[in-house]
Design a protein around this ligand. Structure first.
Ligand code: UT7
Length: 326
């Protein structure tokens, strides 16, 4: 079995910045509430007409450039998203066409905030068996399109962006050391979009009742997030034969600073080893960790040989944790 490394990363954030002050003008909220309850100061929002595949394309180009891989060398494209361009065809197929390649496998993966780590884990299986050599994993979200801008419990949190990684076989120590995926459907009602699928197809009533927007029971999620993330970290470290103090850098899902802090404290990591971008980027679901990884790589925060821990928790419920030697 071959080891999988991340040969290159890329990310893209839409140009439009929406600050907490902007939100104060739109709904009954305050900068103080948003900052202290979530840690978010501003976030990026897509332009009219901009969809997830557009963000995915920009992030993919940068990741492929960093990995020095041409589109025609790709073997497979996986797009993790809960905001596909449309229900079907897959956004991965739309992206494939934008990248100018034909024939290679392309599919979407829906694991909400854990999607990028699910994608890397799935992609790495094809590298391990020797079936493929270059796999593009992209997490792209245009969450502003499914947010109810009248619902202050969600619209201050979620945002848009995309991150990408090119997976390749590794022939040295670098690469994925261990990974762990999990899910619990008993929490499926805690966050989601009720209408627009086969259970509640689009109708005048569903539109009138705002059922096409994301509904979230934040408190219920909050209670489970810290516990699930710590458990996922413990399993992934145990599988890799590692202890907390061997981790050089931690990239958690960026849902809430009040979730990240206790998790980081529990594993005893200094603040400067914990990657935070939610203050600038909000919660971009699957794209959060993907963008944070690329930013950390480009800012030189991750160095060759570092052991990087990435951990996510989100809708589904789903969770994932992965340790990679850079
Ligand atoms: O990434 C996917 C997974 N998602 C998560 O992991 C989200 C996890 N949950 C959270 O991050 C938090 O639960 C939230 C940030 C969503 C909410 O924070 P909270 O501390 O759980 O607040 P709450 O929902 O318990 O609401 C507290 C109060 C309420 O007012 P009352 O009933 O105490 O008078 C809300 O109405 O805060 C109020 N509130 C707001 N006030 C100002 C809720 N949203 C806002 C707002 N501005 N935007």
């Amino acid at each position: 079995m071959r080891k999988t490394k991340i040969a290159g990363t890329g990310s893209y954030l839409p140009e439009k910045v929406l600050t907490n002050a902007d939100l104060e003008k739109m709904i009954d909220t305050s900068d103080e509430w948003i900052r202290t309850r979530t840690g978010i100061k501003e976030r990026r929002i897509v332009a009219q007409g901009q969809a997830s595949s557009d963000l995915a394309y920009e992030a993919s180009r940068k990741a492929m450039q960093a990995a020095q891989v041409k589109a025609e060398e790709l073997d497979m494209i996986i797009v993790a998203t809960i905001t596909p361009d449309m229900i079907f065809p897959a956004t991965a197929c739309v992206l494939q066409e934008k990248l100018g390649v034909k024939g290679i496998a392309a599919f979407d993966l829906e694991a909400a905030c854990s999607g990028f780590l699910y994608g890397i884990t799935i992609g790495s299986q094809f590298i391990a068996t020797g079936m493929y050599d270059n796999i593009l994993v992209v997490a792209a979200e245009a969450l502003s399109k499914i947010i109810d801008w009248k619902d202050r419990s969600t619209c201050v949190i979620f945002a848009d962006g995309a991150g990408a990684a090119v997976l390749q076989p590794s022939f040295d120590n670098s690469g994925i050391i261990s990974n762990y995926l999990g899910a619990d459907g008993t929490g499926a009602d805690l966050v989601g979009v009720p209408a627009g699928g086969s259970r509640l197809p689009a109708s005048q009533e569903t539109v009138r009742d705002r059922q096409h927007y994301m509904k979230m029971r934040g408190n219920g999620l909050f209670k489970r997030a810290v516990k699930a993330m710590i458990q996922a970290i413990d399993v992934s470290l145990e599988k890799g034969g590692l202890t907390y103090n061997e981790i050089d850098f931690f990239i958690p899902h960026q849902a809430n600073i009040r979730i990240i802090n206790p998790v980081a404290k529990r594993i005893g990591l200094d603040k400067n080893k914990v990657c935070i971008n939610l203050d600038q980027c909000g919660n971009m679901s699957a794209a959060s960790v993907a963008v944070a990884l690329d930013q950390a790589v480009r800012e030189g925060k991750i160095k060759k040989g570092d052991k990087v821990l990435l951990t996510c928790f989100g809708g589904g419920l789903t969770w994932a944790s992965l340790v990679i030697e850079w």
